[in-house]
Design a protein around this ligand. Structure first.
Ligand code: ATP
Length: 232
């Protein structure tokens, strides 16, 4: 098991948000976390990545306890976080944005492997990242995370604001990461897209895991269909 979260509590100052959250992401699997606005999905990724310090519970990566380690150490430990809003450095070139991801590995990253996943970025390596389309910027944000050769990658709503065709492209890349043996933890509002590729899904409500199963199992539940799939 690559990423194991056990009985995690976390929040902001005295404000408790996550309560007793447990989940597991095996190598070569995609686990998606869904839930309505404010359910605590982003907070979960922040707690896993050390941006906020869990108040209870543990996070293990390949058996190593990484709970509450400093964020800047996480990439070197093998955990990559692609935050919401596809943060790129707009005035830096695509190449420099990608190379920043290799920093935790002493500047050595496999640029060719990233370009193989995102061939669209090849002709744009010298272009300022701020001039890319939203989808291409998301590719840079994911590619930068991959430059650290992680064991596990966590993505926070990579599909936001993207056209369906680009969303499909991003989802396909996540399946390729699965094939390469990464553990993929995908937070998504676009449940149709994430259920389409995920091996397992976790539903969060008010900071707790309330349901889990395969997407096929969960779509059978009326409460899941009504809340996340428009009742369809
Ligand atoms: P969304 O889908 O809208 O992004 P989410 O499931 O990711 O929602 P979170 O962003 O984790 O939810 O928010 C969970 C709760 O934590 C919310 O009530 C939110 O107001 C609160 N929260 C988020 N960030 C902070 C912060 N920096 N300080 C205090 N409270 C916060």
């Amino acid at each position: 098991m690559t990423l194991v979260v056990d009985s995690l509590d976390a929040g902001y100052g005295k404000l408790a948000i996550l309560h007793d959250v447990s989940l597991e992401v095996p190598a070569g699997e995609i686990v998606t976390v869904v839930g309505s606005n404010g359910a605590g999905k982003t907070t979960l990724l922040r707690a896993l990545n050390g941006i906020i310090r869990p108040t209870a519970g543990t996070v293990k990566l390949d058996g190593t306890d990484i709970t509450g380690r400093a964020t800047e150490k996480m990439a070197a430990l093998g955990l990559t976080h692609v935050p919401e809003n596809r943060l790129c450095f707009p005035t830096l070139t695509v190449r420099d944005n990608l190379m920043l991801g290799a920093w935790s590995r002493g500047g050595k990253g496999d640029l060719d492997a990233v370009l193989e996943l995102f061939p669209r970025l090849q002709p744009r390596l010298g272009q300022a990242a701020g001039t890319l389309s939203g989808g291409e910027q998301q590719m840079v944000a994911i590619g930068r995370g991959l430059m650290a050769s992680p064991k596990a990658i966590m993505l926070d709503e990579p599909s936001t604001g993207l056209a369906p065709k680009v969303v499909a492209e991003i989802m396909k890349v996540l399946t390729q990461l699965r094939e390469r043996g990464l553990a993929v933890l995908l937070v998504e509002q676009n449940v149709r897209a994430s259920f389409g590729i995920a091996d397992r899904a976790v539903v969060m409500q008010r900071g707790r895991v309330v349901l889990e199963g395969t997407p096929a199992e969960l779509v059978e539940l009326p409460e899941v269909r009504n809340a996340y799939l428009g009742g369809a």
